[in-house]
Design a protein around this ligand. Sequence first.
Ligand SMILES: Cc1cc2nc3c(=O)[nH]c(=O)nc-3n(C[C@H](O)[C@H](O)[C@H](O)COP(=O)(O)OP(=O)(O)OC[C@H]3O[C@@H](n4cnc5c(N)ncnc54)[C@H](O)[C@@H]3O)c2cc1C
Length: 399
Amino acid sequence: MVAEDSAQILRQQVRAWLQANVPVGWRQAMTNSEQAAFVQLQRQWFGKLSAAGYATPHWPSEWPGGGRSLADQKVIYEEVARADAPRLILFFVALYHAACTLLECGSDAQRQTYLPKILAGEIWCQGFSEPNAGSDLASLKTRAERRGDNYVINGQKTWSTMAQYADRCLLLARTSKAEVPQAGLTYLLVDMHAPGVTVRPIAQITGDDEFAEIFFDDVEVPIEERIGEEGEGWAVAQATLASERGLTLVELSHRMRYALPLIAAQMRDSGREQDAALRRDLGRLIARVDATCALADRYLLKRISGEEAAGDASVVKLYYATTLREFSLLGSRIAGLAGQYDRGFMRGATQETGNWPVDFINSFNWSIAGGSNEIQRNIIAERMLGMPREPRSWQMTAR
Ligand SMILES: Cc1cc2nc3c(=O)[nH]c(=O)nc-3n(C[C@H](O)[C@H](O)[C@H](O)COP(=O)(O)OP(=O)(O)OC[C@H]3O[C@@H](n4cnc5c(N)ncnc54)[C@H](O)[C@@H]3O)c2cc1C
């Protein structure tokens, strides 16, 4: 059978499966929902998707659901987006950031220990940013001090997505002071239920609290939980960031494409179908969304074929974040003043809700999370285009 036929067969299978299994009315159920209902929906959906083999298309073939060809991965991402299935926001750090880091930089023992736990539904969070270390990540101050067979962690992380639910944390900590700040960092896996870990959720303007502060007070981490060598955490962190900036955006880009009719319908319903300015801007948005999907697909192809180059993931992230902003801004313009009426927030369903002002506020997430738009532009300029670095006074150890 030729590859195209097999991808077509898979498409039909996935589409039929999604039609039968996507929880009906899940968006309404998540509007102003309690945390417990959100966790329940996410767990049930993850259980179903992973049992069907559609939650881990990017994993290698030795793992259930993995070993998919490029064509098959694309089919799954596209169909999940097309069906407007719940986004696996509670599990995406585990399935993407953690799994990609373990696969690329972890030991066999770490992969054998943690990947099955992720498949069984463990929740992970990413502990990189600190109150004074975001863009300038290498200036982070959380300490990991070696004592016998353990590291002892002291410090604070912030903006950690889903940390209040997490079982494990991908932690970047300082093990030594070095002349080059990146050189003294070490990458550790921390049990979030260990003594000395305190998590405090951060309330957001939208009403959600999808991220949290984490405090580490003499938290012991066995040395086997270190990924890579001591002092080499910066290189390991790049694997995590590449997954965050590139891979996770393939499905999300296609979600925007399938949500475009929401905007067109709103124009129709508000009797502004013939409004020339709106028609022009919708046309422009459709072209931008298409370009975003093409960039995301090209990134996937490069990643699978081992041709990913410095800055590729940043291009996808930057383009996605700016298109998403335009998307929800156009929706807000069409919705007009009536659209400002508070219709509540959708927990964990942060985009394409049709509640445009909230979507617009939420779109700022993507221009900051995983490194801000400005930092992505710096990376593209320096690492991809070979332009000179910023003047010394501005030079930071950006992510
Ligand atoms: C929704 C969301 C989820 C997040 N989830 C996580 C998570 O799970 N784990 C985690 O560790 N972190 C997470 N973060 C944190 C995120 O990585 C940081 O917020 C981000 O890196 C920016 O850092 P900062 O907030 O400290 O801003 P700052 O670094 O203080 O930046 C402030 C402003 O200055 C600009 N700026 C800074 N340096 C430069 C420069 N060199 N050149 C040009 N402009 C510059 C920035 O672009 C920004 O506009 C999340 C953030 C958001 C919004």
